[in-house]
Design a protein around this ligand. Structure first.
Ligand code: NBP
Length: 483
C-alpha cells in the first residue's frame, strides 16, 4: 500500500479543514485524532476522497507514513502538545519532522525544538492564520524551523497556502526563522489584528455616537473606504456586519450584540513580550485592555448612572449633541478615514518594531518584507496596505520602524491634522477611542526629539539618587536636590 505523504493529528475544526485542504491538492494525507469517534465521523463525511486515509493509533500513523515522516499537529495549544509529543517521540526516528500548527506560545516552541533537535528530529512551530476558512481554502503560513526542514516541507506548504500578488500565484508562506520564530510572528500578527479591529471599533463609535449614523448608512461609507487605501478584509466585513439584520427582531445585528469581547490570549502574549523586550506597542496593548474593559459590563452600566449627564456624546461644550451640517459631516468622515489609515500605520509600525527587537534578541534574522508579503492573503489582517508595507521594507533595507518609510511618512503628514481633530472631538464628547488616541500619542512621542523624560530623570534622582545624564556633557550625575 502506498505510504501517505503527510500525517495530521487533531480533527477539530482547524485540523479537519487543513486535512481537506491537503487532500484537495492531491497530497495523500493520513489523519488521526485522540478520540476515535471524531476520526470515524471525519471519514464518513470526507473519506470518499482517495487522498484521505485514517489511522486509529499513533503506531498505525507512524507505520503508514513515508520517511522521513512529516506530521502536522493541529491540537489545543499548551499541555496537550507536550502530552502528544511524549507519546509520539518514542515512535519516531531521527530525521522525522513534527509540525505544531496550533497557536503555541513561542517560548514553548523554543523548548520543544531543542528537545527534538537533541534526538535528531526536526520540530516546526508553524503559525497558521485565517481561521477555519483559511485552513480549508488557503491559510497564511509562518513556519519556524531549521532551513533543512523547511526545504523538505516547502512544496506541501506552498500548495496549501493562500496565494497573493498581481498574478494571484505567490504563495503566502516563507521561511521565517529558527525555533519559535514562526509562532512569534503569528503571535504578533494576532496582536496587530487586535489593534486593527479596535481601530475600526473606535471609528464606528464616532460614526454612531457623535455623528448619529445608522448602521445601513455607515455600511455604505465602509464599502466606499474599502475601495481605497484602507481596502482590507476587516474593512470589508465591517460593511457586511453593519448591513446585516437580526432574523428575529429585524434590527441591525450590531444593535442586538452585547458590547463584550472575549480573547484567547495571543494579543496579551504580544503585549507581555513587548513589556519584556522593552518595546512600545501601546495601540496593541490598549486593544487588549479594551477587551478587558468590555468585560466589565456590570460596572460600566453602574458607572454610567454615577456619572449621569456626562454620558456618551452629551458632553459637548454646549451641553447637548450638536448637529452637523452636511459639509461638516463629510469633513469629519474624511478625517475619520485619514485617522484610521494613519493609526493603522502606527499599529503595524509597533508590531514590526517588536518583531525587529525579538529578531535581534532571539537571533532569528526576520525578513519584514517577506512577513508582510505572506500576510497579504489567507489571514485576517490581509489588506492592500501590506503591499506598501512590504515595498517599504524592501526599498529601505534595515529600516528601524515603519514610521521611517518615505511612503507612509507622506500619509502620516497628510493625516495628522484630521486625526488630531477626531481624537479631540471624541474626548470632548466623552467617547472612548483608545486605539485611535494611543496611536496618535505614539506617533507624536516618536517624532519628538525632546520629550519629557528629563522630568522623569530628575524625579528619579530626587527621590532615589538614581543619577541622570545631561544634554551638554557625557557621564552620570547626581544633584543634592534638597538644600
Ligand atoms: P482545539 O484547540 O479546540 O483543540 C481540539 C483538538 O485538540 C481535538 O482534536 C482534541 O482531540 C485535541 N486534543 C486535546 Br483538546 N487534548 C489532546 C491531547 N492531550 N492529546 C491529543 N489531542 C488532544 O482545536 P481547533 O480550534 O481546531 O484549533 C487547533 C489549533 O489551531 C489550536 O492550537 C488553536 O489555537 C489553533 N488555531 C485555531 C484557529 C481557529 O480559528 N479555531 C485559528 C488559528 C489557529 P479530542 O477530539 O480527542 O478531544
Amino acid at each position: 500500500m502506498q505510504k501517505a505523504k503527510i500525517g495530521l493529528i487533531g480533527l477539530a475544526v482547524m485540523g479537519a479543514n487543513l486535512a481537506r485542504n491537503l487532500a484537495s491538492k492531491n497530497i495523500l494525507t493520513l489523519v488521526f485524532n485522540r478520540t476515535a469517534a471524531k476520526t470515524e465521523q471525519f471519514m464518513r463525511d470526507f473519506g470518499t476522497d482517495p487522498c484521505l486515509q485514517a489511522a486509529y493509533s499513533l503506531e498505525e500513523l507512524v507505520e503508514k507514513l513515508e520517511r522521513p515522516r512529516k506530521i502536522i499537529m493541529m491540537i489545543q495549544a499548551g499541555p496537550a502538545v507536550d502530552a502528544m509529543l511524549d507519546t509520539l517521540i518514542p515512535l519516531l526516528e531521527a530525521g522525522d519532522i513534527v509540525i505544531d500548527g496550533g497557536n503555541s506560545y513561542f517560548e514553548d516552541t523554543r523548548r520543544r525544538s531543542e528537545k527534538l533537535a537533541a534526538l535528531g528530529m526536526e520540530f516546526v512551530g508553524m503559525g497558521v492564520s485565517g481561521g477555519e476558512e483559511g485552513a480549508l481554502h488557503g491559510p497564511s503560513l509562518m513556519p519556524g524551523c531549521s532551513r533543512k526542514a523547511y526545504v523538505q516541507l516547502e512544496p506541501v506548504l506552498q500548495a496549501i497556502s493562500a496565494k497573493a500578488g498581481d498574478d494571484g500565484k505567490e504563495p503566502c508562506v516563507a521561511y521565517i526563522g529558527t525555533d519559535g520564530a514562526g509562532h512569534y510572528v503569528k503571535m504578533v500578527h494576532n496582536g496587530i489584528e487586535y489593534a486593527d479591529m479596535q481601530l475600526i471599533a473606535d471609528v464606528y463609535s464616532i460614526m454612531r455616537h457623535v455623528l448619529g449614523m445608522e448602521p445601513e448608512e455607515m455600511a455604505a461609507v465602509w464599502d466606499e473606504w474599502n475601495n481605497g487605501e484602507l481596502s482590507s478584509y476587516l474593512v470589508e466585513i465591517t460593511a457586511a456586519i453593519l448591513r446585516k439584520k437580526d432574523a428575529e427582531t429585524g434590527r441591525p445585528m450590531v444593535d442586538v450584540i452585547l458590547d463584550v469581547a472575549k480573547q484567547k490570549g495571543t494579543g496579551r502574549w504580544t503585549s507581555m513580550s513587548a513589556l519584556e523586550l522593552g518595546v512600545a506597542v501601546p495601540t496593541i496593548t490598549e486593544a487588549v485592555f479594551a477587551r478587558n474593559m468590555s468585560c466589565c459590563k456590570e460596572e460600566r452600566t453602574a458607572l454610567e448612572k454615577v456619572y449621569a449627564g456626562m454620558a456618551l456624546a452629551e458632553t459637548a461644550c454646549c451641553g447637548k449633541k450638536a448637529a452637523f451640517t452636511p459639509e461638516e459631516k463629510a469633513r469629519l468622515l474624511e478625517d475619520l478615514r485619514c485617522s484610521l489609515y494613519a493609526a493603522k500605520i502606527c499599529a503595524y509600525a509597533q508590531g514590526f518594531n517588536l518583531m525587529g527587537t525579538a529578531s535581534e534578541t532571539f537571533g532569528w534574522d526576520l525578513r519584514m518584507d517577506q512577513i508582510s508579503k505572506i500576510w497579504r492573503n489567507g489571514c485576517i489582517i490581509r489588506a492592500r496596505f501590506l503591499d506598501d508595507v512590504s515595498d517599504s521594507f524592501a526599498k529601505q533595507a534595515g529600516m528601524k520602524n515603519l514610521l521611517f518609510s518615505d511612503f507612509f511618512a507622506d500619509a502620516l503628514k497628510k493625516g495628522r491634522a484630521g486625526w488630531g481633530r477626531v481624537v479631540a472631538l471624541a474626548a470632548e464628547r466623552g467617547v472612548s477611542v483608545v486605539a485611535l488616541s494611543s496611536a496618535l500619542s505614539y506617533f507624536d512621542a516618536y517624532r519628538t526629539a525632546n520629550g519629557n523624560a528629563n522630568m522623569l530623570q530628575a524625579q528619579r534622582d530626587y527621590f532615589g539618587a538614581h543619577t541622570y545624564q545631561r544634554v551638554d556633557k557625557e557621564g552620570s550625575f547626581h544633584t543634592e536636590w534638597m538644600e
